[in-house]
Design a binder for this molecule. Sequence first.
Ligand code: AKG
Ligand code: FE2
Length: 339
Amino acid sequence: MPSDTLPISLPMVDISRFHGDAAERETFILSLREILHDYGFFYLVGHGVSQETTQRILEVSKTFFALPEKDKLAIEMVKTPRFRGYNRAGFELTGGKRDWREQVDFDTEGEPVALSESDPLWKRVIGPNQWPEALPELKNVILEYQAEVTHVAKDVLGAIAVALGQSPDAFAPIFDPHPAQHLKILRYPGKDQTTSEQGVGAHKDGGLVTILLNDEVPGLKVKTEAGDWIDAPPIPGAFIVNTGELLELVTNGFVRADVHAVTLPPEGMERYSVVFFLGAYYGAKIPVFDMPEHIRHAERGVTVDPLNPILNDVGANHLKARLRSHPHVARAHYSDVNA
Ligand SMILES: O=C(O)CCC(=O)C(=O)O
Ligand SMILES: [Fe+2]
Protein backbone atom coordinates (compact mmCIF):
# COMPACT_ATOMS: atom_id res chain seq x y z
CA MET A 1 0.00 0.00 0.00
CA PRO A 2 1.53 3.40 -0.88
CA SER A 3 2.12 5.34 2.31
CA ASP A 4 0.01 8.37 1.30
CA THR A 5 -3.11 6.22 1.53
CA LEU A 6 -2.41 4.78 4.98
CA PRO A 7 -5.20 5.25 7.49
CA ILE A 8 -4.38 7.48 10.44
CA SER A 9 -4.51 4.84 13.13
CA LEU A 10 -2.39 1.76 13.73
CA PRO A 11 -3.55 -1.67 12.56
CA MET A 12 -4.68 -4.44 14.90
CA VAL A 13 -3.05 -7.89 14.96
CA ASP A 14 -4.77 -10.85 16.65
CA ILE A 15 -1.92 -13.28 17.30
CA SER A 16 -4.31 -16.09 18.30
CA ARG A 17 -5.07 -16.42 14.55
CA PHE A 18 -1.48 -17.57 14.04
CA HIS A 19 -2.44 -20.63 16.11
CA GLY A 20 -5.75 -21.20 14.30
CA ASP A 21 -6.43 -23.69 11.48
CA ALA A 22 -4.35 -23.68 8.29
CA ALA A 23 -6.67 -21.34 6.36
CA GLU A 24 -6.86 -18.82 9.19
CA ARG A 25 -3.10 -18.91 9.67
CA GLU A 26 -2.54 -18.30 5.97
CA THR A 27 -4.80 -15.20 5.87
CA PHE A 28 -3.20 -13.97 9.08
CA ILE A 29 0.33 -14.36 7.70
CA LEU A 30 -0.51 -12.47 4.50
CA SER A 31 -2.00 -9.56 6.38
CA LEU A 32 0.86 -9.53 8.92
CA ARG A 33 3.38 -9.30 6.07
CA GLU A 34 1.64 -6.18 4.72
CA ILE A 35 1.40 -4.61 8.16
CA LEU A 36 5.08 -5.28 8.84
CA HIS A 37 6.12 -3.66 5.62
CA ASP A 38 3.82 -0.64 5.81
CA TYR A 39 3.95 0.07 9.55
CA GLY A 40 6.48 -0.65 12.26
CA PHE A 41 3.71 -0.42 14.87
CA PHE A 42 0.53 -2.33 15.59
CA TYR A 43 -1.90 -3.12 18.41
CA LEU A 44 -1.63 -6.72 19.60
CA VAL A 45 -4.60 -8.70 20.93
CA GLY A 46 -5.17 -12.44 21.47
CA HIS A 47 -1.80 -12.54 23.32
CA GLY A 48 -3.06 -14.48 26.35
CA VAL A 49 -1.69 -12.15 29.04
CA SER A 50 -4.44 -11.56 31.61
CA GLN A 51 -5.71 -8.18 32.68
CA GLU A 52 -4.80 -9.20 36.22
CA THR A 53 -1.15 -9.45 35.18
CA THR A 54 -1.10 -6.10 33.39
CA GLN A 55 -2.93 -4.37 36.28
CA ARG A 56 -0.51 -5.89 38.78
CA ILE A 57 2.59 -4.53 37.07
CA LEU A 58 1.07 -1.08 36.58
CA GLU A 59 0.02 -1.02 40.26
CA VAL A 60 3.41 -2.07 41.59
CA SER A 61 5.06 0.53 39.34
CA LYS A 62 2.83 3.25 40.82
CA THR A 63 3.70 2.05 44.32
CA PHE A 64 7.41 2.16 43.53
CA PHE A 65 7.31 5.68 42.08
CA ALA A 66 5.32 6.88 45.13
CA LEU A 67 8.17 5.82 47.50
CA PRO A 68 10.29 8.51 49.17
CA GLU A 69 13.09 9.65 46.88
CA LYS A 70 15.80 8.17 49.12
CA ASP A 71 14.32 4.67 48.67
CA LYS A 72 14.30 5.09 44.90
CA LEU A 73 17.82 6.54 44.83
CA ALA A 74 19.01 3.49 46.80
CA ILE A 75 18.90 1.64 43.45
CA GLU A 76 20.09 4.52 41.26
CA MET A 77 21.33 3.40 37.82
CA VAL A 78 24.71 5.09 38.20
CA LYS A 79 25.68 2.64 40.97
CA THR A 80 26.60 -0.13 38.49
CA PRO A 81 27.83 -0.34 34.88
CA ARG A 82 24.84 -2.53 33.92
CA PHE A 83 22.34 0.21 32.93
CA ARG A 84 19.79 -1.09 35.41
CA GLY A 85 18.13 0.76 38.23
CA TYR A 86 16.36 4.04 38.92
CA ASN A 87 16.69 7.38 37.16
CA ARG A 88 15.02 10.61 38.21
CA ALA A 89 13.07 12.54 35.56
CA GLY A 90 15.42 14.59 33.40
CA PHE A 91 18.36 12.19 33.76
CA GLU A 92 17.98 10.37 30.44
CA LEU A 93 18.71 12.13 27.16
CA THR A 94 17.16 11.53 23.74
CA GLY A 95 18.31 13.65 20.82
CA GLY A 96 20.60 15.40 23.33
CA LYS A 97 17.57 16.71 25.30
CA ARG A 98 16.22 15.68 28.68
CA ASP A 99 13.42 13.10 28.85
CA TRP A 100 10.91 14.06 31.53
CA ARG A 101 10.10 10.65 32.95
CA GLU A 102 11.34 8.70 35.95
CA GLN A 103 12.10 5.08 35.36
CA VAL A 104 13.61 1.82 36.51
CA ASP A 105 15.45 -0.39 34.02
CA PHE A 106 15.84 -4.15 34.34
CA ASP A 107 17.30 -6.87 32.13
CA THR A 108 17.84 -10.62 32.32
CA GLU A 109 18.56 -11.50 35.96
CA GLY A 110 22.04 -13.01 36.19
CA GLU A 111 24.86 -13.82 38.56
CA PRO A 112 27.62 -11.22 39.04
CA VAL A 113 30.45 -11.84 36.57
CA ALA A 114 34.16 -11.30 37.10
CA LEU A 115 35.45 -9.46 34.04
CA SER A 116 38.92 -9.47 32.58
CA GLU A 117 40.47 -6.82 30.32
CA SER A 118 40.13 -9.06 27.29
CA ASP A 119 36.36 -9.45 27.69
CA PRO A 120 34.19 -7.63 25.14
CA LEU A 121 32.60 -4.43 26.45
CA TRP A 122 29.01 -5.73 26.36
CA LYS A 123 29.82 -8.15 29.19
CA ARG A 124 29.76 -5.16 31.55
CA VAL A 125 25.97 -5.06 31.19
CA ILE A 126 25.28 -8.64 32.30
CA GLY A 127 24.67 -9.69 35.92
CA PRO A 128 22.05 -8.95 38.57
CA ASN A 129 19.34 -6.27 38.58
CA GLN A 130 19.03 -3.77 41.42
CA TRP A 131 15.99 -4.47 43.63
CA PRO A 132 14.52 -1.97 46.11
CA GLU A 133 14.56 -2.99 49.78
CA ALA A 134 11.63 -0.67 50.40
CA LEU A 135 9.37 -2.67 48.01
CA PRO A 136 10.40 -6.35 48.12
CA GLU A 137 7.40 -7.56 46.08
CA LEU A 138 8.63 -5.65 43.04
CA LYS A 139 11.15 -8.39 42.21
CA ASN A 140 8.63 -11.18 41.69
CA VAL A 141 6.17 -9.03 39.79
CA ILE A 142 8.89 -7.82 37.42
CA LEU A 143 10.43 -11.25 36.85
CA GLU A 144 7.06 -12.90 36.24
CA TYR A 145 5.94 -10.17 33.85
CA GLN A 146 9.28 -10.27 32.05
CA ALA A 147 8.89 -14.04 31.54
CA GLU A 148 5.32 -13.64 30.22
CA VAL A 149 6.12 -10.89 27.74
CA THR A 150 9.23 -12.74 26.59
CA HIS A 151 6.88 -15.55 25.63
CA VAL A 152 4.55 -13.11 23.81
CA ALA A 153 7.42 -11.42 21.98
CA LYS A 154 8.88 -14.77 20.88
CA ASP A 155 5.44 -15.84 19.62
CA VAL A 156 5.13 -12.59 17.63
CA LEU A 157 8.63 -13.12 16.22
CA GLY A 158 7.69 -16.68 15.22
CA ALA A 159 4.78 -15.24 13.22
CA ILE A 160 7.03 -12.53 11.78
CA ALA A 161 9.55 -15.19 10.70
CA VAL A 162 6.83 -17.17 8.89
CA ALA A 163 5.49 -13.97 7.28
CA LEU A 164 9.00 -13.40 5.91
CA GLY A 165 9.25 -16.88 4.41
CA GLN A 166 11.41 -18.30 7.23
CA SER A 167 10.86 -21.21 9.59
CA PRO A 168 9.08 -20.21 12.83
CA ASP A 169 12.28 -20.74 14.85
CA ALA A 170 14.45 -18.59 12.56
CA PHE A 171 15.38 -16.28 15.45
CA ALA A 172 16.53 -19.14 17.72
CA PRO A 173 20.25 -18.91 16.78
CA ILE A 174 20.47 -15.24 17.83
CA PHE A 175 18.67 -16.00 21.11
CA ASP A 176 21.35 -18.51 22.06
CA PRO A 177 21.90 -18.85 25.05
CA HIS A 178 19.13 -16.33 25.88
CA PRO A 179 17.63 -13.18 24.35
CA ALA A 180 18.12 -9.71 25.82
CA GLN A 181 15.11 -8.92 28.01
CA HIS A 182 15.38 -5.21 28.71
CA LEU A 183 12.33 -3.96 30.64
CA LYS A 184 11.49 -0.49 31.95
CA ILE A 185 8.79 0.82 34.24
CA LEU A 186 8.07 4.48 33.59
CA ARG A 187 6.23 7.42 35.11
CA TYR A 188 5.69 10.58 33.06
CA PRO A 189 4.77 13.66 35.14
CA GLY A 190 2.31 16.30 33.91
CA LYS A 191 3.56 19.19 31.74
CA ASP A 192 3.38 21.60 34.68
CA GLN A 193 6.16 19.67 36.49
CA THR A 194 8.85 20.21 33.86
CA THR A 195 10.50 22.66 31.53
CA SER A 196 9.53 20.97 28.22
CA GLU A 197 6.93 18.65 26.69
CA GLN A 198 9.41 15.85 25.96
CA GLY A 199 8.40 12.66 27.80
CA VAL A 200 10.82 10.80 25.57
CA GLY A 201 12.24 12.36 22.42
CA ALA A 202 12.00 10.91 18.90
CA HIS A 203 13.90 7.61 18.75
CA LYS A 204 13.95 4.08 17.40
CA ASP A 205 14.04 1.08 19.71
CA GLY A 206 17.19 -1.00 19.54
CA GLY A 207 15.94 -4.58 19.85
CA LEU A 208 13.85 -6.87 17.67
CA VAL A 209 10.35 -6.12 18.94
CA THR A 210 9.02 -3.96 21.77
CA ILE A 211 5.89 -4.89 23.75
CA LEU A 212 4.43 -1.75 25.25
CA LEU A 213 1.85 -1.53 28.02
CA ASN A 214 0.32 1.85 28.92
CA ASP A 215 -2.21 2.90 31.53
CA GLU A 216 -5.19 4.84 30.14
CA VAL A 217 -3.38 8.14 29.50
CA PRO A 218 -2.38 8.78 25.84
CA GLY A 219 0.88 10.43 24.76
CA LEU A 220 2.63 8.05 22.35
CA LYS A 221 3.00 9.22 18.75
CA VAL A 222 4.53 7.40 15.81
CA LYS A 223 6.16 8.79 12.67
CA THR A 224 4.97 7.17 9.44
CA GLU A 225 7.19 6.47 6.46
CA ALA A 226 5.69 9.56 4.80
CA GLY A 227 6.86 11.64 7.77
CA ASP A 228 3.50 12.31 9.46
CA TRP A 229 3.05 11.85 13.19
CA ILE A 230 0.07 9.75 14.24
CA ASP A 231 -1.26 9.27 17.78
CA ALA A 232 -1.21 5.80 19.28
CA PRO A 233 -3.58 6.01 22.25
CA PRO A 234 -3.85 2.95 24.53
CA ILE A 235 -6.61 0.39 23.83
CA PRO A 236 -7.68 -1.66 26.89
CA GLY A 237 -6.49 -5.26 26.63
CA ALA A 238 -4.11 -4.56 23.73
CA PHE A 239 -0.33 -4.18 23.81
CA ILE A 240 1.34 -1.88 21.33
CA VAL A 241 4.08 -3.71 19.46
CA ASN A 242 6.81 -1.92 17.56
CA THR A 243 9.71 -3.15 15.54
CA GLY A 244 13.29 -2.30 16.47
CA GLU A 245 16.62 -1.75 14.76
CA LEU A 246 17.68 -5.40 14.84
CA LEU A 247 14.54 -6.41 12.94
CA GLU A 248 15.28 -3.76 10.34
CA LEU A 249 18.77 -5.25 9.97
CA VAL A 250 17.72 -8.87 9.74
CA THR A 251 15.13 -8.05 7.05
CA ASN A 252 17.35 -5.62 5.16
CA GLY A 253 14.76 -2.90 5.71
CA PHE A 254 11.67 -4.87 4.59
CA VAL A 255 10.53 -4.04 8.12
CA ARG A 256 11.43 -0.56 9.34
CA ALA A 257 12.22 0.43 12.92
CA ASP A 258 9.79 3.31 13.27
CA VAL A 259 10.59 6.58 15.00
CA HIS A 260 8.30 7.38 17.94
CA ALA A 261 8.11 9.74 20.90
CA VAL A 262 5.99 10.51 23.97
CA THR A 263 4.45 13.90 24.77
CA LEU A 264 3.81 14.63 28.44
CA PRO A 265 0.29 14.43 29.85
CA PRO A 266 -1.57 17.66 30.66
CA GLU A 267 -1.15 19.61 33.87
CA GLY A 268 -2.07 17.68 37.00
CA MET A 269 -1.99 14.28 35.26
CA GLU A 270 0.63 11.56 35.05
CA ARG A 271 1.15 8.54 32.79
CA TYR A 272 2.59 5.09 33.55
CA SER A 273 3.98 2.60 31.09
CA VAL A 274 5.89 -0.65 31.05
CA VAL A 275 8.12 -1.24 28.06
CA PHE A 276 9.71 -4.57 27.19
CA PHE A 277 12.36 -4.80 24.47
CA LEU A 278 13.11 -8.31 23.25
CA GLY A 279 16.54 -8.37 21.65
CA ALA A 280 19.14 -10.86 20.51
CA TYR A 281 21.82 -12.19 22.86
CA TYR A 282 24.31 -9.36 23.44
CA GLY A 283 27.13 -11.58 22.19
CA ALA A 284 25.36 -12.39 18.88
CA LYS A 285 25.89 -10.99 15.36
CA ILE A 286 22.77 -10.31 13.31
CA PRO A 287 22.52 -12.17 10.00
CA VAL A 288 20.36 -10.99 7.08
CA PHE A 289 17.50 -13.39 6.30
CA ASP A 290 17.57 -14.97 2.90
CA MET A 291 14.02 -14.08 1.91
CA PRO A 292 11.96 -15.31 -1.07
CA GLU A 293 12.07 -13.13 -4.20
CA HIS A 294 8.52 -11.73 -3.82
CA ILE A 295 9.47 -10.40 -0.37
CA ARG A 296 12.96 -9.31 -1.30
CA HIS A 297 11.73 -6.94 -3.99
CA ALA A 298 10.09 -4.86 -1.25
CA GLU A 299 13.24 -4.57 0.88
CA ARG A 300 14.28 -0.97 1.38
CA GLY A 301 17.80 -1.56 2.63
CA VAL A 302 18.82 -0.52 6.13
CA THR A 303 18.37 3.18 7.04
CA VAL A 304 21.61 5.09 6.63
CA ASP A 305 21.98 7.65 9.39
CA PRO A 306 25.56 8.65 10.18
CA LEU A 307 24.38 9.94 13.58
CA ASN A 308 22.78 6.61 14.41
CA PRO A 309 24.29 3.73 12.41
CA ILE A 310 22.59 0.37 13.06
CA LEU A 311 25.30 -2.15 13.99
CA ASN A 312 25.04 -5.90 13.45
CA ASP A 313 27.14 -6.55 16.54
CA VAL A 314 24.27 -6.74 19.05
CA GLY A 315 26.29 -5.77 22.14
CA ALA A 316 27.84 -2.78 20.34
CA ASN A 317 24.44 -1.64 19.04
CA HIS A 318 22.99 -1.85 22.56
CA LEU A 319 25.90 0.01 24.20
CA LYS A 320 25.80 2.74 21.55
CA ALA A 321 22.25 3.62 22.63
CA ARG A 322 22.80 3.13 26.36
CA LEU A 323 25.93 5.30 26.54
CA ARG A 324 24.20 8.08 24.61
CA SER A 325 21.06 7.97 26.79
CA HIS A 326 22.87 7.76 30.13
CA PRO A 327 25.95 10.02 30.12
CA HIS A 328 26.25 9.84 33.93
CA VAL A 329 26.67 6.03 33.74
CA ALA A 330 29.08 6.48 30.83
CA ARG A 331 31.22 8.87 32.90
CA ALA A 332 31.17 6.68 35.99
CA HIS A 333 31.82 3.28 34.38
CA TYR A 334 32.89 3.67 30.75
CA SER A 335 35.39 6.52 30.86
CA ASP A 336 37.86 4.19 29.11
CA VAL A 337 35.53 3.84 26.11
CA ASN A 338 35.29 6.16 23.11
CA ALA A 339 31.56 6.46 22.65
O1 AKG B 1 6.07 5.09 27.29
C1 AKG B 1 5.79 4.85 26.13
O2 AKG B 1 4.62 4.83 25.72
C2 AKG B 1 6.87 4.58 25.10
C3 AKG B 1 8.25 4.57 25.65
C4 AKG B 1 9.31 4.30 24.62
O3 AKG B 1 9.14 4.48 23.45
C5 AKG B 1 10.63 3.78 25.06
O4 AKG B 1 10.92 3.80 26.27
O5 AKG B 1 11.41 3.31 24.19
FE1 FE2 C 1 10.69 3.48 22.29
